[in-house]
Design a protein. Structure first.
Length: 361
């Protein structure tokens, strides 16, 4: 990861905003800009360069900070954000941006008191703007995370792990264990396994419900590799599919294909959502597609951009997004199919490789 180049890119945004520095307090953003993974830190990114910048953490992370952030000055103090705010005037900072989307009202009051010679300016979303577009190292980490999830599902199916008599919780725990066996640091979020009627609940949490022959089973899961998250959903049938199940699956598969085909640099995110949603609406099931089409994925499992009919903005090359339409028949069952893809100048790069053919297991 080229952390200095990321900070350089951020400085261009600071100049455009007429800020002398940015106080970064969101730990995900601090990790993106420095590589630091501790649980307490703040970062002052100075417009004049790394020599004037500073990272602060507490004594628990003294050696970790020295190892992970060798190219910045490190201050050891418990109240990291306040310490950096107090030090800002000494570094020539007069206009200090702060992440107003990550700071509480009480924390803002404390910052204002600590930085008496500095004017605080709200600067939400600056680092997130950089995180929208992934670099080669990030795409490689996401590809590895997707591969671990693909391999885990393949192993589960080959071992007969999806069968009547097992519980949703059994399947979820096995998927997570198999992802770890394929190099994941852990699951990227709580694994969803939803059987039968539960498959009509988009974010169902696995229970002791027993899988039965004839059930639709939706599995939404991902692997965490090097801080980066994968996200994939597949829906299968335990045994031969009934006519209504195959019809529902084919509809969602068609919508998903339309959404994938709409991914292109410059495409409005609302138009991508519309490409998939119109397929479902034309079939008379628009009210049963109850969530946005997809979202960005990276250091967080849900990040910008959001592919939704009410969202603004457009896609750019090297953004990584999910495409995950679903149709849910309450009290009966539902289908969701999800992939993670990289937006390219040509066809999108598909990172989740598990077949999207309807599996009857």
């Amino acid at each position: 990861m080229s952390f200095p180049s990321r900070r350089t890119a951020l400085r261009a945004l600071l100049r455009a905003a007429e800020l002398d520095a940015l106080l970064v307090t969101d730990l995900v953003n601090i990790g993106y800009l420095t590589g630091f993974t501790g649980s307490n830190a703040a970062l002052l990114v100075h417009v004049d360069g790394d020599a004037a910048s500073l990272v602060c953490t507490d004594g628990r992370y003294r050696s970790q900070a020295a190892e992970q952030v060798p190219d910045l000055e490190i201050l050891i103090e418990r109240g990291s954000a306040l310490a950096l705010a107090r030090s800002a005037p000494e570094r020539g900072v007069r206009r200090l941006g702060f992440e107003s989307d990550a700071v509480t009202v009480d924390a803002h009051t404390a910052l204002d008191e600590a930085a008496r010679e500095v004017t605080l300016h709200r600067a939400p979303g600056l680092v997130q703007r950089l995180r929208l577009v992934k670099d080669d190292a990030e795409v490689a980490a996401l590809r590895a995370a997707c591969a671990a999830a693909d391999a885990a599902l393949a192993d589960l199916l080959a071992a007969g792990g999806l069968r009547p008599g097992r519980t949703e919780r059994d399947v979820a725990l096995e998927l997570e264990a198999r992802m770890r066996s394929h190099g994941a640091d852990g699951p990227s979020f709580e694994t969803i396994v939803a059987a039968g009627e539960h498959s009509a609940v988009p974010h169902h949490r696995p229970t002791g419900t027993v899988l039965r022959s004839g059930d639709l089973v939706t599995m939404d899961f991902g692997a965490l590799v090097g801080g980066y998250h994968s996200d994939m959903t597949r829906t299968v049938v335990l045994g031969p599919a009934a006519g209504w199940q195959r019809e529902l699956y084919d509809l969602v598969a068609a919508a998903q294909a339309a959404g994938r085909a709409a991914l292109a640099p410059g495409a409005k995110v609302s138009d991508v959502d519309a490409a998939a949603r119109s397929v479902v609406e034309d079939a008379g099931r628009g009210d049963e597609f109850v969530h946005p089409l997809g979202h960005g994925v990276g250091l967080q499992i849900h990040e910008a951009p959001i592919l939704a009919k009410t969202s603004t903005g457009a896609l750019a090359t090297e953004m990584v997004v999910t495409v995950e339409p679903g149709v849910y028949l309450e009290g009966c069952g539902g289908v969701r199919i999800e992939d993670t893809l990289v937006v390219r100048d040509g066809p999108p790069d598909l990172l989740t490789r598990t077949t999207k053919d309807l599996l009857e297991v």
